[in-house]
Design a protein around this ligand. Structure first.
Ligand code: ZN
Length: 170
C-alpha cells in the first residue's frame, strides 16, 4: 500500500498574529488563604486539608494564618471554619509567564484526507486516528478507531516549508 500524502489546505494558510512570540501569559493556580481567630485554633484532623503558615496565641484565642491545600474544597472549608471561630478568606491568582518555542510565522490546516488501515481496510480521516503514548511515555503509537490495531496507517504530512518554497519559486 502506498503512503498517503496529506496536503496542506492552501486556502487555510494565514499569517500567525503571534509569530515569533516565545512566551505566553496564563492564569496561575488559585491560592486560597485564610485567617482564623478562635479559642481552639485549627483542629488536629485538619492538617491534611491546610498548610498553617502562622499560629499565635493572644490572651484568649488563637490567631492562625494558612493556605488551603486544595482550592476546590473551599466551600466545605468555609463551613468548617465557621464552626471554630471568626475567619477571613482570600482568593489570589497569580499570572504566570510560560516560555516556549517561538510561534511559527504561518498557521495552516491539512486537508481532510482519509488514510486506509492496513489491517481492516477502513478509510479513516487522518485527524480521527488516535495517537497514544506507550506506558513508559517514551514513544507514540497510533490506534485504528475501527479495528483497534496499532500503527496500521501509512501517511505523510506535507511540510509548510515545501509549500512556501514552491510558491516563492513560481
Ligand atoms: Zn483498522
Amino acid at each position: 500500500m502506498a503512503t498517503t500524502f496529506i496536503k496542506i489546505d492552501r486556502e487555510s494558510i494565514r499569517n500567525n498574529p503571534n509569530a515569533g512570540r516565545a512566551s505566553t501569559i496564563v492564569a496561575g493556580p488559585v491560592e486560597v488563604s485564610f485567617e482564623l481567630k478562635g479559642p481552639v485554633g485549627i483542629p488536629p484532623d485538619w492538617k491534611d486539608m491546610v498548610i498553617v503558615t502562622e499560629e499565635n496565641w493572644s490572651d484568649t484565642q488563637y490567631l492562625v494564618k494558612g493556605i488551603l491545600k486544595n482550592p476546590d474544597h473551599q466551600e466545605t472549608f468555609i463551613k468548617a471554619l465557621a464552626t471554630v471561630g471568626e475567619y477571613k478568606i482570600d482568593n489570589n491568582r497569580d499570572i504566570v509567564e510560560i516560555k516556549h518555542m517561538p510561534e511559527p510565522t504561518l498557521l495552516y490546516n491539512y486537508q481532510n484526507t482519509t488514510v486506509e488501515c492496513s489491517s481492516c481496510h477502513s478509510h479513516i480521516i487522518w485527524k480521527a486516528i488516535q495517537e497514544e503514548e506507550t506506558p513508559d511515555g517514551e514513544s507514540l503509537y497510533e490506534t485504528c478507531p475501527v479495528c483497534g490495531e496499532f500503527d496500521t496507517f501509512d501517511y505523510e504530512l506535507e511540510k509548510i516549508e515545501d509549500v512556501t518554497k514552491r510558491e516563492n519559486n513560481s
